[in-house]
Design a protein around this ligand. Structure first.
Ligand code: HAS
Ligand code: CU
Length: 560
C-alpha cells in the first residue's frame, strides 16, 4: 500500500462543526452506508409484492397501477440508489485507507446531501404515482419532471465523488511515480473514471430530452435517441455495479479466506480493461430496436464478447486465490480445499455464494449478447432471471458481505446478530436460485417481462407458466427472509454504541511480492483516452445515422 504523509487538515461535519478530515471521511462512509441500507430495506418490501403478483396471488390493494409503481420503486431504489451509495461508501473507505482522508471534505459532504435530496425528490415522485416509468425510464412513457430532476441531482453529486477519487489517485501517483497505488485504489479509480465517461449518455438524455419534454417545453421526444443515450450509460452502469464486487473479491476475500491474492498484476489488468471496454457495447440492449444498422449491432456484440474476457480472468484469479487459502487451511485433493474455506465468515460466504450465482448469470449474459439468440430472450422473464443473478446477487450479495466486514471496523463495534449474518448469504443463494432459474425457463417459453396481468390476457401458455412462476414467487419469499436478516444485523451494527476504536481495513497480500512496480496497466489516464476513442468509434456514426433519419417524435404517455 502506498501511504504518504499528507496534511489532513480540518474538515467539517454535516452540521458545520470542525473535525479532523480522517474522521470526517469515516463519517461520510458510514452516512453513505446508511442511505444504501435504507433504500435496500424499502426496495425489498416492494419486491415481495411483485413476486406474489407474478404468481397471481390476490394481495390486498393489488392493481396494475400499484404493480408498476412497485416495479419502478424497486428498480430505482435497488439498482440505482442502494448500489450507488454503497459504491461511494466503499470508495471513501478505500481513500481513507490510502491517503488518510478525502481530498475535498466540504464539497463531498455537500454532494452527499445533494444526492440524498435527489433521492427524496425522485422517491416522492414514484410513491405518489407520478413516475411509473421503470428504472430504465423508457420514453415515450413520461414521468413527472421531479423524477428526472431528482435522479440528475444524484448523478451530478456522484460525479463529485468520482472526481475526488480520481484527484486522489492523481495526487498519489505524482507523489510516488515509481510505486503503484494499492490494487483497491486502482480498482476504485478505474470505476470512477468509467463513471465519468458513461454518465455523459444519461446526462444528455436527461438534459436535452427528458427534462424539457416532461416540463412541457417541447411536445415530443425521439424514443430511439433516448434509448441509445440510455444504453450508452446503461451497460457501463452494470460494470460500475460489478467492479466494487470484484474489488472485494480481489482485495479482501483472499485475506479473509486465510490466503493470498494469486496475482496483483492480473487484477490491475482486469480493472483497466473494464475501463477501456465497458462503454462501446450498449447496442446489445437494442438488438431489437429499429434505426440502428445490423453492422453496428454486430460490432457491439463483438465488443461484448471481448469484455467477458476480464470476467473470465477474474473467475480464474479468484478461484486460484481461494485454492491457495483452502490449501493453507489444510484442504487436500482436487476439491478438498473448498470445504476448508471459512464458510462461517459472512464476508467469505457472501462472496462465494455471489460468485456461484454469477457463474450462471454471466453465462446467461453471453447468451443475451449473441445477436441472434437475443431475439429469443429479449423482453422475456429470462432477462429478470439474468439480472437478479448479476446485479441482484453477484453485486448485491457481495456488497452485503462487504458491509458485514466494513461496518464493524469503521464503527468499532462487533458484528451484531452474527448468526443472522451467517445464514443470510445461503438463504440468498437458495432464494435466488428458486427465483431466477424458473425465470430463465419461463423466459425461454416466451413469458414476457414486466407484465402485470398474470393471465396474460388469456394466452394459452399461461397455464404452463403458472407452476414455474409459483416457484419463483417462493424463491422471492426466501430472498425476502434473507434480506430481513441482513437489515437486522447491519442495522443493529450501525446503531450500537461504539465499543472500541475503529480498526483499519486490511487488503489481501499478493502471492508474488515483486509485483510492486508500475506497469502499463497502472497508467489509467492514458487508458481513459483509449476508452474515449473507442466510444467515438462505436457511437459517432450510429448517432449521426439516427440524426439523419426521418424522425417522428412521440408525445408522452402515462398509462398507469
Ligand atoms: Fe447483463 C441485460 C449481457 C453481465 C446486469 N444485464 C442486463 C440487465 C441487467 C444486467 C440489469 O447482451 C437488464 C437491463 C434491462 O432492464 O433491460 N451481461 C451481459 C454480458 C455480461 C453481463 C455478456 N449484466 C452483467 C452484469 C450485470 C448485468 C455483471 C450487473 C452487475 N445483459 C447482457 C445483455 C443484456 C443484459 C445482452 C440485454 C438483454 C435484453 O435483450 O434485454 C458479461 O459481462 C458476463 C461475464 C461474466 C462471466 C462470469 C464469470 C464468473 C465469475 C465467478 C467465478 C466463480 C468462482 C466460483 C470463482 C463470464 C467471475 C468460486 C466458488 C467456489 C465455491 C470455489
Ligand atoms: Cu449490457
Amino acid at each position: 500500500m502506498t501511504t504518504i504523509d499528507l496534511p489532513v487538515g480540518t474538515a467539517y461535519t454535516a452540521v458545520g462543526a470542525p473535525i479532523n478530515a480522517a474522521e470526517s471521511t469515516r463519517r461520510l462512509t458510514i452516512a453513505n452506508i446508511w442511505v444504501a441500507v435504507i433504500a435496500f430495506a424499502v426496495a425489498t418490501a416492494m419486491a415481495v409484492m411483485q413476486a406474489m403478483s407474478r404468481a397471481n396471488l390476490a394481495l390486498p390493494g393489488r392493481s396494475a397501477r400499484m404493480y408498476y409503481l412497485s416495479v419502478t420503486a424497486h428498480g430505482v431504489l435497488m439498482a440505482l440508489v442502494f448500489t450507488t451509495f454503497f459504491i461511494m461508501a466503499l470508495g471513501w473507505a478505500v481513500v481513507r485507507e490510502e491517503r488518510g482522508a478525502m481530498k475535498w471534505p466540504r464539497a463531498s459532504w455537500i454532494a452527499f446531501w445533494a444526492a440524498v435530496t435527489g433521492v427524496l425528490i425522485t422517491t416522492w415522485a414514484i410513491l405518489t404515482h407520478r413516475a411509473s416509468v421503470l428504472y430504465t425510464f423508457y420514453p415515450p412513457m413520461q414521468a413527472h419532471p421531479a423524477f428526472y430532476i431528482g435522479l440528475t441531482i444524484v448523478v451530478v453529486a456522484s460525479l463529485e465523488w468520482a472526481a475526488s477519487i480520481v484527484a486522489t489517485w492523481w495526487e498519489l501517483r505524482r507523489a510516488s511515480p515509481a510505486r503503484p497505488v494499492s490494487l483497491a485504489m486502482h480498482a476504485t479509480t478505474a470505476n470512477a473514471m468509467l463513471w465519468m465517461l458513461c454518465t455523459l449518455g444519461v446526462a444528455a438524455e436527461m438534459v436535452f430530452q427528458l427534462i424539457p419534454w416532461s416540463l412541457g417545453l417541447v411536445k415530443t421526444i425521439d424514443p430511439l435517441l433516448a434509448r441509445t443515450l440510455f444504453w450508452f450509460f446503461g451497460h457501463p452502469l452494470v460494470y460500475f455495479w460489478i467492479l466494487p464486487a470484484y474489488t472485494i473479491w480481489y482485495t479482501v476475500l483472499p485475506r479473509e479466506a486465510g490466503g493470498y491474492l494469486f496475482s496483483d498484476r492480473l487484477g490491475r489488468m482486469v480493472f483497466t480493461l473494464f475501463l477501456v471496454l465497458s462503454t462501446p457495447v450498449g447496442f446489445h440492449h437494442q438488438f431489437q430496436d429499429p434505426g440502428i444498422s445490423a453492422g453496428w449491432k454486430l460490432f457491439h456484440t463483438f465488443n461484448t464478447m471481448v469484455i467477458s474476457f476480464p470476467s473470465l480472468v477474474t473467475a480464474f484469479t479468484v478461484c486460484a486465490s481461494l485454492e491457495i487459502a483452502g490449501r493453507i487451511r489444510g484442504g487436500k485433493g482436487l476439491f478438498g480445499w473448498i470445504g476448508t474455506l471459512p464458510w462461517g465468515n459472512p464476508l467469505v460466504s457472501s462472496s462465494l455464494c455471489a460468485m456461484l450465482l454469477f457463474l450462471i448469470g454471466g453465462f446467461g449474459g453471453s447468451i443475451n449478447a449473441a445477436y441472434a439468440l437475443n431475439s429469443v430472450v429479449h423482453n422475456t422473464a429470462w432477462v429478470q432471471g439474468h439480472f437478479h443473478l448479476t446485479v441482484g446477487s453477484a453485486a448485491a450479495l457481495t456488497y452485503m458481505g462487504a458491509m458485514y466486514w466494513m461496518v464493524p471496523r469503521l464503527r468499532g463495534v462487533p458484528l451484531q446478530y452474527r448468526p443472522l449474518a451467517q445464514v443470510q448469504p445461503f438463504l440468498w443463494m437458495l432464494g435466488m436460485t428458486f427465483f431466477s432459474l424458473p425465470n430463465h425457463i419461463t423466459g425461454l417459453m416466451g413469458l414476457p417481462r414486466r407484465v402485470y396481468d398474470a393471465t396474460y390476457a388469456g394466452a394459452p401458455q399461461a397455464q404452463m407458466w403458472s407452476e414455474l412462476t409459483a416457484i419463483s414467487a417462493a424463491g422471492g419469499i426466501i430472498v425476502f427472509t434473507s434480506a430481513l436478516c441482513f437489515v437486522l444485523s447491519i442495522g443493529k451494527t450501525l446503531l450500537r454504541e461504539p465499543q472500541g476504536e475503529p480498526a483499519p481495513l486490511l487488503w489481501a497480500e499478493p502471492l508474488e511480492t515483486d509485483e510492486s512496480r508500475v506497469t502499463m496497466w497502472d497508467r489509467l489516464g492514458r487508458w481513459w483516452v483509449v476508452a474515449v476513442l473507442l466510444v467515438l468509434i462505436a457511437y459517432a456514426l450510429p448517432l449521426s445515422d439516427i440524426f439523419h433519419l426521418t424522425r417522428f417524435g412521440s408525445p408522452g404517455f402515462k398509462p398507469f
